[in-house]
Design a protein around this ligand. Structure first.
Ligand SMILES: Cc1cc2nc3c(=O)[nH]c(=O)nc-3n(C[C@H](O)[C@H](O)[C@H](O)COP(=O)(O)OP(=O)(O)OC[C@H]3O[C@@H](n4cnc5c(N)ncnc54)[C@H](O)[C@@H]3O)c2cc1C
Length: 381
């Protein structure tokens, strides 16, 4: 019998460790469902990877097919999720454009677009000249293929965390910032309390959503979560006039150095992210000032409107990446009331993860499409 069943109508006590976009989404959705939720964060909620994120909501480079479908489903859930936040989440749609600069890159981009189309993803191959007709401010250089994916967008992830935190408090939940979890009290296989320097917090369920620190935090409960992290940076300009006519995001060629990702926030701030994350390579520009200069030079080459754009801030952080690249979502095989949620593309996946985790935690259901992402897959190694 689960603690919820034992408790009858009693509210289950859910302690969520980690207040990034994933932990906050689970806490928020559980509180909406009537659970007694405490959210603990070692620092300020929203101050981890979620603060640094490029926050592109997409199903673009996601393989295999089931992982693409998971991202697509979450992308489609975002508008409803944002409405629940009951304030402007700065969710910006408009789509994504990208292009290739070399013959080989063009062949690859075309093949990828064809594959995504066959999966029902609305990505269009643009005719010659179509890219600059769509985005006249761009000076793209050579274009061997170009695509537009109209359903993609981005969001202000720290703002979403702040809104979820506000709604959580309204639902009677509690948030303790600057409260690192340092251990777990167990009774047999179950965790019965989460330990912090300011005391212990009793729980029926412990949710571990500590982003790149999940391996270390789960290790305190004797749970193995194989995760690695890579460096990532985003550069924020002062607000500028609108750069794009149609799209919300631009990805410059992956086959020209350096690959850049560019988006603009509602207040005009331009966010630059240099590098790529994906199957082929995983690297980011921005670790040093010299790299930031390189990134800015490239950005001005593609978008002259960025000339002399003053830089307001550089955010640096770590991407949480499960060992096999796929999300880790579900109950620990060794600690049956510990729920794990660690993933890259956590901004895209937050809408789905929050809602699905609440169903699994509070209804005792097992969601079948989460089967490939269960923590137990690492036990067999
Ligand atoms: C540069 C960059 C670009 C990215 N671009 C995208 C993108 O375009 N689209 C996309 O979907 N995803 C993107 N991602 C990935 C995405 O941002 C992450 O997957 C997501 O933010 C992870 O959220 P999280 O809540 O799991 O982790 P975090 O946001 O890192 O939150 C974890 C929280 O746990 C807390 N914590 C840690 N240890 C403890 C402890 N012992 N006790 C209590 N609290 C603790 C931390 O303080 C932190 O607040 C990007 C990431 C980076 C870094």
């Amino acid at each position: 019998m689960t603690p919820v069943e034992q408790a009858g109508t009693k509210q289950p006590r859910v302690v969520v460790v980690g207040g990034g976009i994933i932990g906050a989404a689970i806490a928020f959705q559980c509180a909406r469902r009537g659970a007694a939720v405490t959210l603990l964060d070692a620092g300020a909620p929203g101050g981890g990877a979620s603060r640094v994120s490029f926050a592109w909501i997409n199903g673009h480079g996601k393989n295999p097919r089931h992982y693409h479908d998971l991202n697509r489903r979450s992308l489609d859930m975002w508008p409803r999720f944002a409405r629940l936040l009951d304030a402007d989440a700065e969710l910006t749609w408009g789509g994504e454009v990208r292009w290739a600069a070399t013959e080989e890159g063009g062949v690859q981009l075309t093949a990828r677009a064809r594959q995504l189309q066959s999966w029902g993803y609305p990505i269009q191959l643009l005719e010659a000249g179509g890219l600059t007709r769509l985005e006249p401010e761009l000076t793209p250089g050579p274009v061997t293929a170009a695509t537009f994916t109209g359903i993609e967008g981005h969001v202000n992830a720290p703002n979403v965390v702040a809104l979820m935190s506000a709604r959580l408090i309204e639902q009677g939940g509690a948030i303790q910032a600057n409260t690192p979890v340092t251990g777990f009290t167990t009774d047999g296989e179950r965790v019965i309390a989460v330990e912090t320097p300011s005391g212990s917090v009793a729980c029926d369920y412990a949710v571990l959503a500590t982003g790149p620190d999940t391996t270390a935090v789960a290790g305190l409960a004797g749970v193995r979560v194989p995760l690695y992290h890579t460096f990532g940076a985003t550069v924020y300009t002062e607000p500028l006039p609108p750069l794009f006519t149609t799209a919300a995001l631009v990805h410059t060629p992956r086959d020209a150095e350096p690959p850049l990702n560019i988006r603009q926030l509602a207040d005009g701030t331009v966010v630059l992210h240099g590098g790529t994350h994906g199957e082929l390579h995983d690297r980011s520009l921005g670790e040093s000032e010299a790299e930031i200069d390189l990134l800015l030079m490239a950005a001005r080459r593609y978008l002259p409107a960025l000339d002399n754009a003053p830089i307001r801030e550089v955010r640096r952080g770590r991407r949480p990446i499960p060992q096999d690249g796929l999300p880790i979502i579900g109950f620990s095989p060794t600690r049956p009331n510990v729920y794990l949620a660690a993933m890259h593309s956590g901004v895209t996946l937050a809408a789905l993860t929050g809602e699905f985790a609440a169903i699994e935690l509070l209804d005792g259901a097992e969601i079948d499409i989460l089967a490939p992402y269960r923590p137990g897959r690492f036990e067999e190694e």
